[in-house]
Design a protein around this ligand. Sequence first.
Ligand code: 6XA
Ligand code: ZN
Length: 344
Amino acid sequence: MKVIQSPLHIGHSGGVEFNEGQIVPCHERPSRAEFILKAVEDAGLPVLDAEPYGLDPVLRVHDEAFVAFLRDAWRLWQEAGRTGSVLPFTFAGRSMRRDRPPRDIDGLLGYYCFAAETPIVEGTFDAALGAVDCALTGAALIAGGRERAAYALCRPPGHHAAHSVYGGYCYLNNAAVAAQWLRDHGMERVAVLDVDYHHGNGTQDIFYERADVQFVSLHADPLLDFPYYLGHADETGAGAGEGFTVNLPLPWGTDWEGYAHTLGLALDRVRAFQPDAVVVSLGVDTYVGDPISRFTLTTDRYAEMGAMIEGLDLPTLFVQEGGYAVEAIGDNVVATLEGFMGRR
Ligand code: 6XA
Ligand code: ZN
């Protein structure tokens, strides 16, 4: 299986996040991608650099003014005389208007961002575009039938980024851009299977009213964990999309037995949809040693997960999402891919 990476990810570094009342270095850091790269190379998987696709595929799923804001935020921050990471301090709450983007940088940040752990630094936008390019380069490999599967080493991750909102360490939704690109290049139905510990609120938002892209997610119950305000089982899609969103929330402490049972249900839903391809939002923050998550999967279990996903018998694009146990992240990713390839 080919691995696609982008050297641009390195520019997204040095940021800080607001976590449990403290300003701390980001959990989502460059070493994550470096550990993954080392592990896939050690496993003998071929690594290619992403091809540049430009903004057009991004604008198929994201709002143009939102993308322009992400592009300009660092410059606006500098012009306001600020130093350090671009972070919001206020948010558009329930009782306030959400239809009038302010002009001021702080107002804009709270308008477009939903969480204060997602800093913008000088290289963030280029890194986010580089991550999209990884996903698109992988999508092109499987769309042409050249490859049965590909792994996009995306950093920053994407599944929390919605049509016009960023947060949760995510700026542009790599998996959603890739799924839409597959739709635009000959695939009639595309499933997104999200196995990250956190609910992929952004992907759900983007496809919620669509019958041609199914979204199936297993994640920590939003009553207990981030992103908190989306991901309940009663969110099943709307309009033409009714029935094409599937949420399977799980309790803290979920082990492989509970996880595998629910993954089986998720895979049944994907099969019933009869997609032409599946995009897997692959977060390995379900790992027992993850510093911000509360499931208990061990490295060997990722190989079983990969084998279960292979059982769909579909063109498959793996897109990297979360995973913060940095020393184990590469092993967990490689276990998943090798399980898929039947090497374990
Ligand atoms: C914020 C937690 C952000 C989670 C990001 C993530 N305290 N999403 O891994 O999949
Ligand atoms: Zn996550």
